[in-house]
Design a protein around this ligand. Structure first.
Ligand SMILES: [Zn+2]
Length: 265
């Protein structure tokens, strides 16, 4: 079975260590090879630093790798209108396959007017917008902006927009469940669930929560496999999927078909 990992990064997360995109890419290719990942979707950051490459930098590095796709992070704070126009051009040429916003990391709700042009562009070009939801990797981030319930408003006001709730909005998986159930244009990825400390109890609870979500939301479900590699180790993500004990159809949707369709891969 082919696998699509719809949520990986090519950033350096240890600021004290030097960052080299070439060696990060080698590690990504190794992960894809070992875990049988056919396509990986790299999400660029909301900011450019010595450890976080620009979209331009990613495009250059990944030019030759057809099985690695790019979703560009857009930030109200850090991107200008001319950056936005560049993203537009790359989306039109198929060099990018979607956009991502980082609510919580930046103090804006998904319904902020500053994001509307992102939604309009995604609708126009029929590509999804991914929304960071749930816990944040930065202690200066604000959680009220990253709660998955906020996605309901943009899903309702932009019925043609396809939206991905990242990380199931963890730990607010129940809220994510309702937003998914209510809005046919909302999807969710199961990435990043193991970026914090975890034990067997946490893992068992996750299995129960995701099973509940699957039984509550309509079929076919809208979940997609992602890891949040390298923030999150891939192993527990695959172990989680195994423990979900899904039917062949549900497993195919989760691991491949939903992402293939949504991102037109
Ligand atoms: Zn991520």
């Amino acid at each position: 079975m082919g696998i699509i990992d719809c949520h990986v990064h090519l950033n350096g997360y240890r600021e004290s260590e030097p960052f080299n995109i070439g060696s990060e890419l080698k590690k990504l290719l190794r992960y894809m090879n070992i875990c049988n990942v056919e396509v990986a979707v790299v999400l660029s950051s909301y900011k450019v630093t010595s450890h976080r490459p620009s979209v331009e930098g990613l495009l250059k590095t990944l030019e030759k790798y057809e099985n690695i796709k790019i979703v560009a992070g857009f930030s109200i704070e850090n991107h200008s209108f001319s950056d936005f126009l560049k993203f537009r051009g790359w989306l039109q040429k198929g060099k990018l396959i979607g956009l991502k916003i980082y609510c919580g990391y930046e103090p804006h709700y998904p319904s902020d007017k500053g994001y509307q042009k992102v939604y309009d562009l995604c609708v126009e070009l029929n590509v999804p917008v991914m929304v960071h939801c749930g816990d944040t990797y930065a202690s200066d981030a604000k959680l009220k902006y990253s709660h998955p319930i906020n996605v309901d408003e943009i899903a309702t006001d932009n019925p043609e927009l396809k939206i991905v709730i990242c990380h199931l909005g963890n730990p607010w998986i129940l809220d994510c469940q309702e937003v998914l159930y209510k809005n046919k244009n909302v999807y969710a990825d199961i990435s990043g669930l193991f970026s914090g400390p975890s034990d067997r109890y946490y893992e068992q609870r996750l299995v129960l929560k995701i099973r509940e979500l699957l039984s509550y939301t309509s079929k076919p479900h809208h979940l997609m496999f992602g890891t949040d590699w390298p923030i999150s180790d891939a192993k527990p993500c695959f172990r989680l999927v195994e423990k979900l004990n899904l039917s062949k159809r549900d497993l195919d949707l989760l691991m491949y078909d939903n992402a293939q369709k949504l991102f037109s891969l």
